[in-house]
Design a protein around this ligand. Structure first.
Ligand code: AHR
Length: 479
């Protein structure tokens, strides 16, 4: 099969925000306890965090890590997680039917971020929490005045403010599964009032309001409109979340799902523009795609670990090549929408629906989805360009005219990087038409498919055409 990709260096979408390559750690399953934190592990540092896990996280060059949830956030009492560890209470954790020992809290997480070289994206609880709780937490984290919570942080050992810039106003507040979920009116009001207090406390922070939990929520669209009616003036981003499944084994449909993600982004971006116009606003609301991934294996297998334990091992997905291809397509989708999507968090990072897995007391390793993310994060920086793809299409159960090739392109001024997913079960010979590369430009082709354990560089033949193996993720660098 043949295809072509034309890339014009003038077809600029927007600069790629570093936070497009972010991730997420929730107090859920074994993400924190026996994931990033395990004091008895042979690789644990003085603070009890596993350095073997940290070594797998670092190459991902994450823009930021969202914390502490997720659904966990909506019942979280942040004061439980600060001060002497022996005095912290264990609590029933209602979102995931577990026991939360509170041995990792705000200080431990923020200091781990400092050691890992990653910026935090913190959430405030708008389920059981109040605007005052949120303002208090912000004072604790960023306060520089001689006031109660800033002093408490100093007393707990961190003299300087942490200066956390990015904050989520709750999580998935439209979901009936959410602890103290809200109607759009209720959420819009509390989010607006919380945002006002937080920006008065620290005008430098950026705030993310909750959009719909996923594209097919019955209130999708109306939720966004109502929330922005209340919050437009006070917030900077609106969130999107989406996980894809392949429960019926229909690969063709599964691989096409990222096209729905594209439509989701365009629709939400349109609603944000509408809110700006209606309120005669002065700023654009950008998008924070702060939960995205593939998620279905664990539930499909019907596993249900015992409830009410610490670190119950839930949602430990075992990812395969098809999942890596969908993740590759989702990354391409994010790159094609860098004009509106500024933040995106692969959910999650360790053990729970994660690229990195651990054994308690044992080894840590990476899964298939780690690789497309790593390469995109390492090489997909600079300015995103809109590729023009000519290829065959296929029809599947969920839509028609799915392009065989999914593509994104980025230039850093010297090197052009093209990411390509071949959705078909045949090899595709893909011609590259580049407007500004000389015939002597060096080319590198890295591919990933079921025949290899990790992405592998291969002989690419001519600069003008690359062979994309069946069902493969590919990166081509020219320059
Ligand atoms: O990432 C796992 C869960 O998925 C999060 O807690 C929640 O926000 C979403 O439904």
């Amino acid at each position: 099969m043949k295809a072509s990709v034309r890339i014009d260096t003038g077809s600029v979408i927007a600069p790629v925000d570093d936070r497009l390559y972010s991730s997420f750690i929730e107090h859920m399953g074994r993400a924190v306890y026996t994931g990033i934190y395990e004091p008895a592990h042979p690789s644990a540092d003085e603070q009890g965090f596993r350095q073997d896990v940290q070594e797998l996280i670092k190459p991902l060059k994450l823009g930021c890590i969202r914390y502490p949830g997720g659904n966990f956030l909506s019942g979280y009492r942040w004061l439980d997680g600060i001060g002497p560890k022996e005095k912290r209470p264990a609590r029933p954790e209602l979102a995931w039917s577990a026991i939360e020992p509170n041995q990792v809290g705000t200080d431990e997480f923020l200091q781990w971020c400092e050691r890992t070289g990653v910026k935090p994206m913190l959430g405030v609880n708008l389920g059981t929490g109040t605007p005052q709780d949120a303002a208090d937490m912000l004072e604790y984290v960023n306060g520089s005045l001689p006031t109660y919570y800033a002093d408490l942080r100093r007393k707990n050992g961190h003299k300087e403010p942490y200066d956390v810039k990015l904050w989520c106003l709750g999580n998935e507040m439209d979901g009936p599964w959410q602890i103290c979920g809200k109607t759009a009116e209720e959420y819009g009001r509390i989010a607006a009032e919380t945002a006002k207090m937080m920006k008065w406390m620290d005008p430098s922070v950026e705030l993310v309001a909750c959009g719909s939990s996923y594209r097919d929520m019955p209130s999708f669209g109306e939720w966004e409109r109502t929330v922005l009616q209340h919050c437009y003036k006070y917030v900077d981003y609106l969130s999107l979340h989406q996980y894809y499944q392949n429960n019926d084994g229909d690969r063709a449909s599964f691989l096409a799902r990222s096209l729905e993600m594209e439509d989701f982004i365009h629709t939400v971006a349109g609603i944000c523009r509408e809110a700006k116009a209606q309120q005669q606003g002065d700023h654009d609301i950008k998008l924070s795609f702060d939960e995205w991934n593939v998620w279905y294996h664990f539930q499909k297998d019907g596993k249900e670990p015992p409830k009410w334990t610490v670190a119950r091992p839930i949602e430990e997905e075992n990812y395969d090549m098809d999942d890596a291809l969908v993740v590759g397509c989702m990354l391409n989708t994010l790159l094609r929408n860098t004009d509106t999507v500024k933040i995106a968090c692969l959910a999650q990072l360790v053990n729970v629906i994660a690229p990195i897995m651990t054994e308690p007391g044992g080894k840590a390793w990476v899964q298939s989805i780690y690789w497309p993310f790593l390469y995109a994060s390492r090489y997909g920086r600079g300015t995103a360009l809109m590729p023009e793809v000519k290829c065959e299409t296929y029809d599947c159960a969920i839509m028609n005219d799915v392009p065989i090739i999914d593509c994104s392109a980025v230039t850093d001024g010297c090197t052009l990087t093209v990411f390509l997913v071949n959705r078909s079960e045949e090899e595709v010979e893909c011609a590259l038409e580049l407007t500004e590369q000389s015939d002597t430009a060096q080319i590198t082709h890295v591919f990933f498919d079921d025949s290899v354990e990790r992405p592998t560089e291969k002989d690419c033949g001519s600069y003008r055409a690359v062979k994309l193996p069946p069902l493969s993720w590919n990166m081509v660098r020219i320059g």
